[in-house]
Design a protein around this ligand. Structure first.
Ligand code: ATP
Length: 241
């Protein structure tokens, strides 16, 4: 049987009177690349924040099981050593540190120096642009390079689950392709990923399964390739008639 890494059950989130998430179910199994797509304001980021305990004070109901443990109500600081990594929209790299120092920060909770160095080399091979620039300050990198660094830094913590929020946001078409290539490559290394994306086509092409979110509800889910072929998904999210 597939091993559940994340199981969200009847999650509801309300910011005051605004019901952002209205009772959703979502599962991510070990080794899967799952994408959550949907229009602006559908509730995708709110769902990720509920998992990582980074919501502002608001009403949360339902259950969020991560490796069998219910996270509901847990705060982000309680999850530091849980190998749950999120790359937020806007990336959040340490701009005054070099690429190498950012990667070392990703390994902050580890003390296995030799393995840390091996991991840095491993992720440099996946992200060669970062290797070439290892001594460069992160703040001077392009948006796409910062996105790669944020992902590589998150991977340094050996995540059991990597949450990516809109990694293609604000990037040029070529860089978007590159980022998706990297996401596929990271997934192929066995990392379990939940990818929130507005670029539904590229996200579904990369993913094993997908969920569509609309106005706080999951309106469709299934095999990503089937969803790509679905006329309803094509009309609403892929810009095809
Ligand atoms: P986008 O793709 O534009 O980032 P999204 O699907 O990630 O959208 P959310 O950011 O989760 O959507 O927002 C869902 C709803 O919750 C929106 O109506 C948004 O205005 C509202 N919302 C989000 N954060 C807050 C907040 N801190 N306070 C009040 N309302 C919020």
């Amino acid at each position: 049987m597939a091993e559940n890494v994340l199981k969200i059950s009847n999650l509801k989130v309300a910011y005051g009177g605004i019901k952002a998430v209205k009772g959703i179910d979502l599962e991510v199994n070990k080794g899967e690349l799952i994408t959550l797509i949907g229009a602006n304001g559908a509730g995708k980021t709110t769902t990720l924040k509920a998992v990582t305990g980074t919501l502002p004070s608001c009403k949360v109901e339902g259950d969020i099981f991560y490796l069998g443990e219910n996270l509901r109500g847990k705060k982000s600081f309680e999850l530091v050593t849980s190998h749950l990594a999120m790359v937020p929209e806007g990336r959040g790299v340490f701009t005054r540190m070099t690429i190498h120092e950012n990667l070392m920060m990703g390994a902050y909770t580890r003390n296995d120096t030799a393995a840390i160095n091996d991991d840095i080399e491993k992720w440099y091979s996946v992200f060669p642009r970062l290797k070439e620039r290892s001594a460069q300050l992160a703040g001077t990198l392009s948006g796409g390079e910062q996105q790669m660094l944020a992902m590589a830094r998150a991977l340094m913590s050996h995540p059991n689950l990597l949450l990516l929020d809109e990694p293609s946001m604000g990037l040029s078409p070529i860089m978007v392709e590159k980022i998706f290539e990297v996401v596929r490559n990271v997934s192929a290394q066995g990392v379990t990923i939940l990818l929130v994306e507005q670029n539904a086509k590229l996200a579904l092409q990369a993913a094993h399964r997908g969920y569509v979110m609309d106005s706080g509800l999951i309106t469709m889910s299934g095999n990503a390739k089937d969803m790509l072929d679905d006329p309803k998904v094509q009309a609403a999210y892929l810009g095809e008639a």
